[in-house]
Design a protein. Sequence first.
Length: 525
Amino acid sequence: MTRVGLAFSSDARPLPELADLIAEAKQAGFTCLQTYVSWAWVEPQAGQFDWHLLDQAAQLAQDAGLPLHVQVNTTPEWLHTDIPLSTSAWVVPRDAAERASMVAYVTALATRFKGRVAAYEIWNEPNISEFAYPGPDTDTYALMLIDVSAAIRAADPAAKIVTGGLSRCSVGYADHMLTMLEQHGAPHDVFDMFGVHPYSDNHPPIETKPRTDTDSHGGEIELTFSVGIDKIVGVLDAHGHTDKRLWLGEYGHSLHFWPTGPIAEHRRAMYAHMAATVAKDHPRVAGIVPYTWLPDEYTHEGWCVAGEDSKPRPSYRAWAATARGSMTATAMCECAPAGPPGTPRGTLSGTVTLAPEIVGIADRSDITSHDIYINGQLAQPDLPGRDPVIDTRELRTGDTVAVAWYAAGEPVRFSRTWPVEVESVFVHGIEGTLDLALDGRVLTATMDVNADPAIDVDMILVAARDAADGNYDIGGWFNGPIRIGPSGAHGSWSRELPAGTYRCWIAWASDGAWDSLPEQNITVT
């Protein structure tokens, strides 16, 4: 099971209102809750604890019957007397003494909330300086994780341990951190789930083209949602953690900023549906949580799936609908070859035909617009009406198409992606002639071929076929992919053939699609 949750703070709203909102969230389809506990707030003085915020959150989750995930973050000022107050909260414990203080704290935490907290996530985004002053250090984090994990397991063996959610799919940091755990002799169960916040900027979560970057230490970061998830899973497997799943504790898009500009709410809602769908379909993803639910003094409302008035936005409803499984759909694509001759190979145009089993789309009259995604990228946005039409563009075998439908600006359906098949598409833009001459049983074939300079030609073949469909290659040229220049391609080949009647032909191939001239008949005696 893959959970879809909501993140909240127990002081974001008055408790009675928050209790009602959580009950509504469960009814809508959300299956877990997530909150955080700041060590700096809970233990402002060594040995003096204030648990009221987490007490409230745990009680709200328990009353709703939803599992609660808690992120353990920050350190109190008294732990780092040598560091400025402005940065001391986000300093990962640096030595044995500081780690011992954190072990005492998490022991008290896990003891108090035994049976009420399902999982503890250890820190937030330890791979960026904003949350790991003065800079990310996998060795320091690994040592902290080993000690804190052991303390929590001793106090509450049933609680799960999640590594601190990485900012984006930081493949390089993940690999190095797991290496540090191994070097320090960490047990295999030092964590149960690996935390990642796989933000993908404003790109759709179904995009499949890798977009890589590097962190400040030269480590790889994968910016494509689905590709990044697979790469992190690959790192886990390489280190022997094939039994571990991912916890995607943050994912979302802002209506106002970050980092490539705002995104419209209706499209953000569809991206929510896509992300939840990808997560639920992935066997190694344990859960995903939108960032974030309710605006408060620490969170800009542009990130939130509810407004300042706490009312759900379309993106909230999309997360919820996907969580309860009510927005899935299938579809098929039928595209006819584009013409006239001279159009580059592989260019398709046609109508996307909805499969009859798509209940709720084919019969709906309120669909106002749709988007078309090609290879996971938004190719044609905000098209009017219900029936998608792919405009004239080049598609190749293996490309994928998906459609998102909207009614009055809200997401209605997102079709699963399906592959494009173009084997039947002729190679337009290539012309040729074939002259045949027979001398006894020796057939000589002379070929002249011209092609659009924009077309990659993989093969040109001259062959003869007898009445029994036995093929005899007479000659050909394979050196592709190539571009045939203005002077064309020329060749002459000869072959002795047994007596019989033959159909002779010339064909060419481009990226898996074939075309040929009409066959010529010749009799060998």
